[in-house]
Ligand binder design. Structure first.
Ligand SMILES: [Mn+2]
Length: 279
């Protein structure tokens, strides 16, 4: 990534209402008040005309670098102006349709709209997409003209780095940006599949956490993190997830001593992983 001069930010966004994440989960987490919970650390973000959104981001420190973790599921590094996102899985709908299994075909537009709100708010100098950006290798070619124009508009005036994922290991044409396997910035390494290395920001696992609340289970996408590494939630609208109590997370963190920052409507809810329910 070039250490480019500060770019002209986009116009301020309209007030950003909380965005629900359906996925069949019945309850909001707003009023969660379990003995196991502790309040998320609030970040006093400067307001950029984004209404109350600024209240919602939480500070998460990884390898001594502090990020703003956004309840929509993105990670912003203010010192570098870097916005990290993971697992967009663009064109998943058309991928399934090609195999005769119909999903609503608007997933790319919905995911790009989610991304547009984040970019309008943070006005990042650089966006890094942590792989599985497209659901399959043919995804970039299937991207519709309107969605492609939306993507190019989001890329205008900033650096854009596509990292390779297991769904999209090869560089693609006509989607802008540059392609890399991994991205090293200071003490951090951004890559698709987590290895558990210190300073690693990864995706791939699509973490979600499940907690008991008023007699029923509530599940939400989450950041999974300890002091030295983090696994990001999937940003794509059609993506499923993996419960953080799955052995894959214990492999990454070495133990159950990590934290789930669950995505609420407009803020994060933080729980120790060992307090979260298994699948
Ligand atoms: Mn993956």
């Amino acid at each position: 990534m070039s250490e480019s001069a500060r770019r002209v930010p986009l116009a301020p966004p309209s007030p950003l209402a909380g965005e629900g994440w359906g996925g069949g989960y019945a309850a909001r987490t707003d009023s969660v008040d379990l003995p196991s919970s502790r309040p998320p650390s609030a970040v006093d973000l400067p307001r950029k005309g984004g209404g109350d959104r600024a209240k919602g981001a939480a500070a998460i420190t990884i390898a001594s670098i502090t990020f703003h973790a956004d309840p929509m599921g993105a990670l912003y590094w203010p010192e570098r102006g870097v916005l990290a996102i993971a697992d967009l899985h663009l064109e998943k709908g058309s991928s399934f349709a090609a195999r005769g299994q119909l999903l609503p075909p608007y997933d790319s537009a919905a995911t790009l709209a989610r991304l547009a709100r984040l970019i309008a708010y943070y006005a990042p100098r650089c966006v890094v997409a942590l792989g599985d950006n497209f659901h399959d290798g043919g995804g970039p070619a299937r991207l519709g003209a309107e969605d492609r124009e939306s993507l190019h508009a989001l890329q205008r005036g900033r650096d854009w780095i596509w990292l390779a994922g297991n769904h999209d290991p090869e560089p693609a044409a006509d989607i802008g940006g540059v392609f890399q396997e991994t991205l090293n910035l200071g003490a951090l390494t951004f890559r698709h599949q987590p290895t558990g290395a210190t300073g690693e920001i990864a995706g791939h696992l699509h973490p979600f956490a499940r907690i008991a609340h008023r007699g029923r289970a509530v599940s939400r996408r989450c950041f999974a993190a300890d002091a030295t590494r983090l696994v990001m939630p999937a940003l794509g609208v059609f993506t499923g997830g993996l419960n953080i109590r799955d052995a894959a997370f214990a492999d990454v963190f070495g133990t159950l001593k990590f934290t789930a920052h669950m995505l609420g409507e407009d803020r994060l809810y933080t729980f120790a992983a060992k307090r979260c329910l298994p699948a």
